[in-house]
Structures are given as C-alpha cells and as structure tokens.
Write a protein that binds this ligand. Structure first.
Ligand SMILES: [Zn+2]
Length: 676
C-alpha cells in the first residue's frame, strides 16, 4: 500500500501526507498491533524484558510515529478533510487504548517481569508505571464496568476534539475590517503593519483585526479607542459560547458539562471520590489537600499585594488619563501606560532588539554553553509549511542526540498558543537506534513585508519556555519511549525544564547573546536593561493571582463535581474570583469556554502544575544565582540529573540529585517580588 504514514524510514513525509492516508494507515496499524499483542500474550514461556516489554514498546512506537504527524498537522494546518479523518480515528485509538489497558494477559506479563531481578532503574520504573496505568484503565474491573470505561473514554475523546474545533472555528469566524486609520490610534507600527497585511491577504481594503493573539493583544494593550477595545475583548472572551457576536454558533456549554460529568463517572469507576483524586494518581503532589493547601497559601500571600497593585493602576488611570473607572478591557491598556510611566519601558521599544533569527542564535549559544551541546540548522528537510525550519542537536562527542522542527509564526488554520510536541521518541535497543524528534510551535508575529519578524520580550520568554520542554525531550538518555524525555514525567514536574530556561532571557550575559538591534546589531543597551529588570515584577502579584484563579478554579471544578448539581462552572469560577481575583469580569465573559488547557488539553485538575513546577524551576535556578549564570558545571549537572533522565525515576529524587536537597518556595516568592 502506498501510504506515507506507513513508511517508517525516517522523518515524516509531510509533503506527501494527505487526509486520505490517515484512516487507512491507522486501521492497518491497529490491526497489526492487535495481531502482535495476541501473539505475545499467547506464548508459553515466561516473559522477559527482551521478549515482552521491548516488542510492546515497538508496537506503541510504530503507532505513535504514524499518529504524531497527523495530530500535529491537525493542529498547525487544519482543514475540513483532515479534521474529518482525524476525528474518525479518535474513537478507534481510544478503543484500542482501553483494550490494551484492560488486557489481563498483558497485565500479568508486566507483573511477572516486575518480580524479576536484573532490571535497571529505568526498566523498573517503566514496569511500575505500566502496572499503575493498567489499574487506571480498569484492568481489575468487572466486564460491565470495563465496557462502561471504554465507552466513556471514547466519548471524551470525541468531546474534547469538538471543544477545540469550536474554539478554532469561533476564533477564525470573527474579524473586523477597518478603513479609517484614526480608529486604530495608539497601535504600534508592528500591529498596524500586521493588520494591513491581513487585509491584503484577504483582498480587503485598509486593515483587518482578528482574534489571533498577535492581533488581539496589541489592540487590548494600545488601542486608544475604548469602544474598540471593548468590542474586541467581548469577541475574544465569548468565543465558542452562548454570548457575544457569534452567540450559540459554536457553543461549548453542553460539551463542557458533559466532559465534567464523564470524568467524574470515570474516576468513580476506578474507586476515586472525584476526578481531582484520579488526576493526582499520576502526579508528584500526594493529595488534593496538599494541592489546595499550596494554592491557598500562595493566594493568601499575594492577594493583598495584588489588590494594592490594582488600586495603584486605578489611581494612575484617573489622575493621569481622567478615566472614570476601570473595566477589564482597560486593564492591559492602562497597565502598559503605567509601566511606561514608572519604568520608561514598553514591549514595543524592546521589539527591534529581538529579530527572530538573532534570538534563536543567541538562545542556542546559551544552551550550548550551559549543556555542552551543538545546535545546527539542516536545510532541505521536508516540512508542512515554508516558514518551518529544521535543526539538529549534537553532544560534545559529535553524537546526534535529537532533531526539531520550528514553526514560529501565527497564521490562519493554526491553533493558537505555543507548545512542544513529540514527533519521535528516543528508542535504543539491540534492534533499533532511534533519536528523539520534537515539534516546537509558536504563534509569533510573522514578518511583515521586507521587515523580519521582531519579537516582544514576552515572545522571547515563550520561545525559551518551549525550548526547555524540547531539550527535556531531546537530550534524554533513557532508551525506552515510555519513560524517555517527557514521557512518564508527572505533569506537575514537567514544567520544570521549561520554566527554568525562561530565567535566562532576563539576565545580562544571555541578553547580550539573544538581542541585536534589527538595524545596528547592537545588544540591549545597559540603561534599557536596567529599566527592563526594574519592570520585571511590575504587577507581579496581579499576575500571580490570575494564575491562581485558573488553578484553583480547575481543581475545585473537578474536586467538587456533584452529579446532582452538574458542572456549576461559572458558579465555582465566581467563588474563586471572590477569593483571589482583583477585578470581576462582566456577566457576558465566558472565559471557561476557551480554557482548552483543562477541557481539551491534558491539564484537567492539573493546571496547578505550572505553579507547582515553578517552585522547582525557581529553586533550581537559584543554584545558578549562587554559582554563576553560565556556570558550566551546574549546567551539566542539570543536564545529567534532570534533562537526560526523563521519567526514569521519581521526580523528587531526580530533583534532589541535582539540588542536593528538597525544593523550597523562597526562590519563587523572591523571583515574583512577593514578600515571603
Ligand atoms: Zn510548558
């Protein structure tokens, strides 16, 4: 059969992959997976690592290698045909996943191996995780409950995909043509140029605003026209809901309720009291009390400071700009004015210093020094879009350790946000030698005309974040996919390398490497650097409580779910806002309808992970503060103890291996400018 998804001879053949290949490839692979599993479980001899686990890892790996480019293309090059094909596969994959998870003979095979002596630490961890996951898939349940588990998993797979589609469609559906430039007063040149380019691409006159982030954010931050900000805000935070300009058209309301209901039922089937407990079964945090205690403690430490910051902002807006009162669509606008007033610095002022190619070179130089690796671009690799670039990483012996695609710019039909995803995993046995390959996806402002793409410092930080995930995936030395790279790492520890790496784009020496003015090549001047540093913790408590609002909302939503009462989504959100928010959004706000992290991503009852891991990342960085930011010994220790180990040991043990002690919260509070 001529199907590029079934050719496993190297990198995916992106230029030849079409929607029509998807279902046949997955059908074919699932059939051969099932055949192979039947063969493995029917053998009479006692299973061993080589005769049982390795072949099973191979089965998973083949499936991943075919499915990964499909899921990826569905996110970055969405089309109607691909969407249909992708969705047709979801229930099949979910069914297969549950079937494997509930396969008693496979479970017994892993049990037999768990009792064998000669396993190394990574192998032992893999087997432990596998046994845990069998329980979490319902291997111990009676047949009727197993069937119910399978049905729930399938329905959830469909619903979460539907949630994302609604959000993407609602985002794409809204745009605002503008023919009078005066209406865009306040917007920086970069945003005007982007709006103009968008209009040209669509064959329209003047300027076009969209809800893509590079268009949305500058309007909220700079547009002097308050009514315009109000309109764009309303369109953005009512996407995929019963409110706003497309009310009811892509409404996620029922989907969200049903997702919560099914998660709760699934948790109950497995013997958990709620889905938050189920979520913690695979995480570093030990109990729901520990998580809520952690979040409430941070909230208590920051909320007073956050309210003071808002008062300052309101005072400033009134005194300096005659504002009669702040609404949510005024926050970014006056905040930027206050930042400028107080610290004489703006995101736009920094932008010319961060041409994307300079930032990349500089970031590579930083990590090359820290982790003793080499990164180089490889030309002529097949990709899915002309903007995409391809790189490889070698260690100091010249050994190829990993490769990655970088898809930097926002465009239509591409999911918003930034992320790292796995293309292939490291897999090293006597029969195969596969290196890890990653997708790094961002939604930066694209180049406009002849002008190269210039990043804001926020975007630079995002790039460092995703690259931290990428290094975790690519520098792994673990040989088995299930615990290599980010696999098998608890979600509340997985943000350690990413948030850790962000720190470097705030320091002088690294900034000399990552900044270079687009016209002169000059790095950030000293005076500007000082102002940037001074502004770093501007409104940091307001940012902290915003993250806590999301985290507490997510956790309570899943912990307190009661089938009698339904989701109570906005009721709980309202209570959380009473506790931590500095400003109540208007009644039409439908934030949760676009909160894909928890409804369709992997962060359900897990959004707290960002703050949890930030304790680790801040504390890890503090060792560099003690020993020197580009201290190579410390960098290599981080590589050896964290980046190379993936999920091959308990997260806390790996951390203590690096830091020499358990983490403390002090560095996080200090870095956030919040009094301990
Ligand atoms: Zn991340």
């Amino acid at each position: 059969m001529d199907n590029p998804l079934l050719e496993m001879d190297g990198l995916p053949h992106f230029s030849r992959i079409h929607a029509k290949h998807v279902e046949p490839a997955i059908d074919n692979l699932l059939a051969s997976c099932r055949e192979r599993i039947a063969e493995l479980t029917s053998r009479v001899e006692i299973p061993t690592w080589e005769s049982f686990v390795e072949p099973l890892e191979e089965i998973d790996d083949r499936l991943n290698r075919a499915w990964s480019p499909v899921g990826h293309l569905n996110s970055v090059m969405n089309s109607d045909e691909l969407r249909v094909a992708y969705n047709a596969c979801l229930p099949k994959l979910s069914e297969y996943g549950t079937e494997v998870g509930q396969n008693r003979e496979l479970f017994e095979g892993y049990r037999a191996i768990a009792s064998q002596e000669h396993l190394d630490a990574a192998q032992r961890k893999l087997v432990e995780n596998a046994l845990r996951d069998f329980h979490l898939s319902g291997v111990d349940l009676p047949a009727d409950k197993q069937a119910r588990y399978k049905a729930i998993s399938q329905e959830l797979a469909k619903l979460t995909s539907r949630y994302d589609e609604n959000l993407l469609d609602a985002t794409n559906a809204w745009s605002k043509p503008i023919t009078d430039q005066a209406a865009l007063a306040g917007l920086p040149d970069s945003a005007l140029a982007l709006a103009k380019q968008t209009a040209e691409e669509r064959g329209q006159e003047g300027w076009v605003l969209t809800l893509d982030f590079p268009s949305y954010l500058p309007v909220m931050t700079y547009a002097d026209d308050r009514e315009l900000r109000h309109e764009v805000y309303q369109a953005y935070c009512t996407r995929a809901s019963d409110q706003g300009p497309h009310a009811g058209q892509w409404d996620n309301s029922q989907i969200m309720d049903r997702i919560l209901e099914l998660r709760h039922e699934l948790a109950g089937l497995l013997g958990f009291g709620n889905y938050a407990e189920r979520s913690l079964a695979t995480k570093m945090a030990r109990s729901t009390d520990e998580v809520m205690g952690f979040l409430n403690d941070l909230a208590q430490r920051s909320v007073t400071q956050a309210r003071r910051e808002l008062d300052e902002l309101a005072h400033f807006a009134r005194e300096e700009h005659g504002s009669a009162g702040l609404e949510p669509w005024d926050l970014s606008y006056y905040s930027e004015k206050l930042r400028e007033h107080r610290h004489r610095i703006t995101q736009e002022e920094l932008r010319p210093y961060f041409p994307v190619s300079r930032v990349l070179e500089g970031m590579f130089a930083v990590v090359q020094r820290l982790f003793d690796i080499q990164i180089g671009e490889v030309e002529a690799v097949e990709t899915w879009h002309p903007d995409v670039r391809f790189f490889e990483i070698r260690d100091n012996t010249g050994e190829l350790r990993g490769q990655f695609y970088l898809d930097p710019f926002a465009r239509q039909k591409k999911r918003g946000g930034a992320w790292m995803d796995v293309c292939t995993n490291r897999f090293h046995t006597s029969r195969c030698d596969q290196i890890p390959v990653a997708y790094l996806v961002c939604n930066f402002t694209p180049p406009v005309g002849e002008r190269p793409s210039l990043l804001t410092h926020d975007e630079v930080e995002t790039l460092f974040h995703e690259f931290g995930h990428g290094l975790h995936h690519m520098l792994t030395k673990v040989d088995y996919p299930a615990v290599a790279g980010i696999n098998g790492v608890p979600w509340d520890a997985v943000e350690l390398p990413s948030q850790f790496l962000e720190n470097w784009c705030w320091e002088r020496e690294p900034l000399n490497l990552i900044s270079g003015h687009v016209d002169t090549g000059e790095p950030i001047p000293e005076d500007m650097f000082r102002r940037m540093q001074a502004a770093k913790n501007f409104q940091s408590a307001m940012q902290m409580v915003r993250q806590l609002e999301f985290a507490i909302f997510d956790f309570r939503l899943h912990q307190e779910y009661d089938p009698e009462q339904g989701g109570r989504i906005y009721e709980i959100l309202e209570q959380v806002r009473d506790q931590v928010a500095v400003m109540k959004p208007p009644a039409f706000n439908r934030f949760a309808h676009g909160f894909s992290h928890i409804f369709s991503g992997g962060y359900a009852a897990g959004y707290y992970s960002y703050k949890w891991a930030e304790v680790l990342s801040a504390d890890a960085f503090s060792l560099f503060e003690e020993r020197g930011l580009l201290d190579t010994d410390t960098g290599r220790a981080f590589r050896r103890n964290i980046l190379e180990q993936g999920g091959s040991a308990e997260a806390i043990d790996l951390y203590v291996g690096f830091r020499g002690r358990e983490p403390t919260i002090d560095a996080l509070l200090r870095h956030s400018g919040i009094a301990a």
